[in-house]
Write a protein that binds this ligand. Structure first.
Ligand code: NAI
Length: 338
C-alpha cells in the first residue's frame, strides 16, 4: 500500500538531506507518494507570510510531513516558520529521542545515552508576545496554561507506559517562575498520579543541564515546557554526536510533522557534506507512525550498521564521506539486510 505525505525540503542543507532520506525510505520498499511543498527563507519573504498557504494545504490533506530546516532571520523579519506551523496545526507535542549510535566516538561514548524528550510545543516564551513598553524596554510574555501542560504531560506518561519506560523527570524553574512553572509542575504531578508504575521526579533546569553532562545515563524520559525543552534537547544531542544525528517529531491530534533538530547549516550548505542521519532517523519515526514498524526497524538498523562499521561517515562525525556516499552505504546495508 502507498502513503501520501508532504515533503518540505526547506533550504540550506535541507534539500540535500531530504533527497538522501527519500532515497533511503524508498529502499525500505515502503511506497510513499511525496507531495513537494517548497519552503525557504526567501519564499517566505517573497510571499510576506510566515507560513505560505500551499504548505498548510498540503499538510492538511496528507496529515503527515517530513520537513527539512528553514532559515529564520534572527531579530526582526518573519516569525519562525516552525513555530507558525506548530501553532497552526496544533502540533502540541515535540518528541525527540536521543540515543547513542553504536561505534560513534564522542566525548561521552563510554556511556549509553537513551533519553526521550517531550517538549510542549505551542506556548511558553514561544507565544511570540513581545512588546516594547517604552523605548529600550521590552517585555516577552511567557504563557503557561493548564490545558497545554496537562496535554503534554499525559502524552509523555502514555508514551512511558506504552514503551515500558521507568522514569519521568519534569524540568522547571519554579523556584523563580513560581506561577508559570508552578502551574506546569502542578499539572505534571496531577497526571503522574494516574501512572503509579512510572517513577516521577522534578529537577530545576540548571541542575538538570549539569546532571545531563555529568551523568546522562540517569535520565529516561524528560517532560519540559517549550524553552527548556529546546535548549536541553540540543544539549542532549551534543552528547551523542551533535545535531547531524538527532531526529524529532511534532505531533498533534490529527497531524504529524517529522523533522531533524538541526537548522539549515548555511556554513556547509551546497558542499555535499551534510549528515542526513538526523532526517533519516526522523523518517524512522515517521515509518513507525504510519504503522510500518518492520521498515522502520530495518532503516534504523541499516543506519546503525554504517555507524558501527565506522566507514562512510560524514565530516561532522569524524569521517570524510559525502552525503551521497553515506546514503549509498545505508542503502547498501538495507539491501544486504533484507
Ligand atoms: P544549525 O543547526 O543550522 O547549525 C549549527 C552547526 O551544526 C553548524 O556548524 C552546522 O554546520 C552543523 N550542522 C547542523 N546540521 C548538520 C548536519 N545535518 N550535518 C552536518 N553538520 C550539521 O544552527 P544555526 O546555525 O543556529 O541555524 C541556521 C539557520 O537554521 C537559522 O536561520 C535558524 O533559524 C535555522 N533553524 C531552523 C530550524 C528548523 O527549520 N527546524 C531549526 C534550527 C535552526
Amino acid at each position: 500500500m502507498g502513503y501520501l505525505a508532504t515533503l518540505i525540503p526547506g533550504d540550506g542543507i535541507g534539500p540535500e538531506v531530504a533527497e538522501a532520506t527519500v532515497r533511503a525510505v524508498k529502499a525500505t520498499g515502503v511506497v510513499i507518494d511525496w507531495e513537494h511543498a517548497e519552503l525557504s527563507g526567501r519564499i517566505i519573504e517573497r510571499c510576506g507570510r510566515d507560513l505560505p498557504e500551499h504548505v498548510i494545504e498540503s499538510l492538511e490533506r496528507t496529515r503527515v510531513g517530513l520537513k527539512g530546516p528553514v532559515t529564520t532571520p534572527v531579530a526582526g523579519g518573519f516569525q519562525s516558520v516552525n513555530v507558525a506551523l506548530r501553532k497552526r496545526l496544533d502540533l502540541f507535542a515535540n518528541f525527540r529521542p536521543v540515543r547513542t549510535l553504536p561505534g560513534l566516538k564522542t566525548r561521552h561514548s563510554d556511556v549509553f545515552v537513551d533519553i526521550v524528550m517531550f517538549r510542549e510545543n505551542t506556548e511558553d516564551l514561544y507565544a511570540g508576545l513581545e512588546h516594547e513598553v517604552v523605548t529600550d524596554v521590552v517585555t516577552s510574555l511567557k504563557v503557561i496554561t493548564r490545558r497545554a501542560s496537562t496535554r503534554i504531560a499525559r502524552y509523555a506518561f502514555e508514551y512511558a507506559r506504552r514503551e515500558g519506560r521507568q522514569w519521568i523527570h519534569a524540568i522547571h524553574k519554579a523556584n523563580i517562575m513560581k506561577l508559570g512553572d508552578g502551574l506546569f509542575l502542578r499539572c505534571c504531578r496531577e497526571v503522574a498520579q494516574e501512572y503509579p508504575e512510572i517513577k516521577y521526579k522534578e529537577l530545576i533546569v540548571d541542575n538538570a543541564s549539569m546532571q545531563m553532562v555529568m551523568r546522562p545515563e540517569i535520565f529516561d524520559v524528560l517532560l519540559m515546557p517549550n524553552l527548556y525543552g529546546d535548549i536541553v534537547s540540543d544539549l542532549a544531542a551534543g552528547l551523542v554526536g551533535g545535531l547531524g544525528i538527532v531526529p524529532g517529531a511534532n505531533l498533534g491530534e490529527r497531524h504529524a510533522v517529522f523533522e531533524a533538530v538541526h537548522g539549515s547549516a548555511p556554513d556547509i550548505a551546497g558542499r555535499g557534506v551534510a549528515n542526513p542521519t538526523a532526517l533519516m532517523q526522523s523518517a524512522v519515526l515517521m515509518l513507525n507512525y504510519l504503522g510500518e514498524k518492520a521498515a522502520a526497524r530495518r532503516l534504523q538498523q541499516a543506519v546503525e550498521l554504517v555507524y558501527a562499521a565506522g566507514r562512510s561517515l560524514t565530516p561532522d562525525v569524524g569521517g570524510s564521506a559525502s552525503t551521497t556516499e553515506f546514503t549509498d552505504a545505508v542503502i547498501g546495508s538495507l539491501e544486504r539486510g533484507s
